[in-house]
Design a protein around this ligand. Structure first.
Ligand code: 6CS
Length: 336
């Protein structure tokens, strides 16, 4: 249903009931995945916790029901949606500093360290909220979705194997720089076009966390999975800032509590998830190859990381540099 129709429908229900509604209006929350995928599981927990603490209901809009990632962000900025989950993979085109999450090998793959990092990071919890606020967004929480793997039509054991490979990336300029530095031909596309583009051979590779390779069927249209350890998928829950600022202190506190509880829940939920979903891929398609690159095989990817980091600073100036430095300090602190 179109957002305008939703509002009209809600108003009609209120009038038809003939009773003044308490403040139990519905808050709309869109995300980039299905209900059963990580963002959807997080959203369901958040909804449950908010509804237990307030007299509001949350209506969830999974991927595709309101459009692509760019569409739901526009709707959240316009206040049609109260909540939106969008990865910095897309937000990076709006907030250049958010592209820091695509400096290769900046984030570790260790889940426990990552869990501490997002929770305690000064960059994530103090610096980024100011930048998101400039775009009309209240950043509530960032959380990890797992190490990303490359999936391709041909095997990849070095950067040379990416030569001439049209490799799909999310639509942010630094990811384009990364895959160009890895030797591929980066091809930015919204998610909805990826399966078809692989199926028809328009592109020959893409990257995503393991659970997503299984749940979306991407393994059906690629033949090789490669782990280079170069990144972990990050995502973020935001609220429309005017909406959030207009809430009572109690409702704001309920939202913050719900986000913190959903964070712990989704970290726990993902323990062992990548391994289990990889096994499902292999059960469904035994001929799929899975390669974890050795240190030697990773060398060219790591070398490329230096130029991508320099590009990030060139793109974002002092502000990006400060975030990058703080992220490094926060990651160091989370290592122990
Ligand atoms: O690659 C993408 O575009 C998608 N990947 C994940 C893991 N979640 C949503 C996003 O749109």
């Amino acid at each position: 249903m179109a957002p305008g129709k939703l509002l009209a429908a809600a108003a009609a229900i209120t009038i038809a009931a003939g009773v003044p509604q308490a403040s139990a209006d519905t808050w709309r929350y869109a995300f980039e995945e299905s209900l059963e995928e990580v963002q959807g599981v997080f959203a369901q927990k958040f909804k449950e916790e908010v509804e237990a603490r307030t007299d509001h209901e949350i209506q969830l809009f999974p991927f595709g029901t309101l459009g692509e990632s760019a569409d739901i962000m526009e709707q959240a900025q316009a206040g049609i949606l109260q909540f939106v989950d969008q990865s910095p993979g897309f937000t990076g085109s709006l907030i250049p500093e958010a592209q820091v999450f695509f400096v290769p090998y900046l984030l570790p793959t260790d889940q426990a360290q990552l869990a501490r990092f997002y929770k305690d990071s000064v960059a994530v919890n103090e610096m980024f909220p100011e930048l998101y606020a400039e775009q009309g967004l209240e950043l509530l929480v960032m959380f990890p979705e797992g190490e990303v793997a490359m999936t391709t039509k041909e095997p990849v054991t070095s950067c040379a194997d990416l030569d001439e490979v049209k490799f799909r990336v999310m639509t942010n300029p630094l990811l384009v720089e990364s895959y160009a530095a890895f030797g591929a031909t980066p091809t930015p596309l919204p998610w909805g076009e990826v399966y078809g583009a692989l199926q028809t051979g328009i592109i020959q590779g893409q990257e995503n966390p393991t659970f997503f390779l299984y749940s979306t069927g991407i393994y059906e249209v690629t033949d090789h999975i490669t782990y280079a350890g170069h990144n972990t998928f990050t995502t973020a829950l935001m609220a429309n800032k005017d909406f959030y600022d207009g809430l009572s202190a109690e409702d704001q506190a309920a939202i913050q509590e719900a986000a913190a509880i959903a964070y712990d829940f989704i970290v726990e939920y993902q323990k062992g998830l990548a391994e289990a979903e990889l096994q499902k891929i292999l059960d469904a398609k035994p001929e799929m190859t899975v390669t974890v690159l050795t240190d030697d095989q990773r060398a060219c990817f790591k070398e490329a990381a230096g130029s991508v980091e320099a590009k990030f600073i060139e793109m974002t100036g002092e502000s990006g540099k400060a975030i990058l430095e703080q992220m490094k300090a926060d990651l160091e602190a989370a290592a122990n």
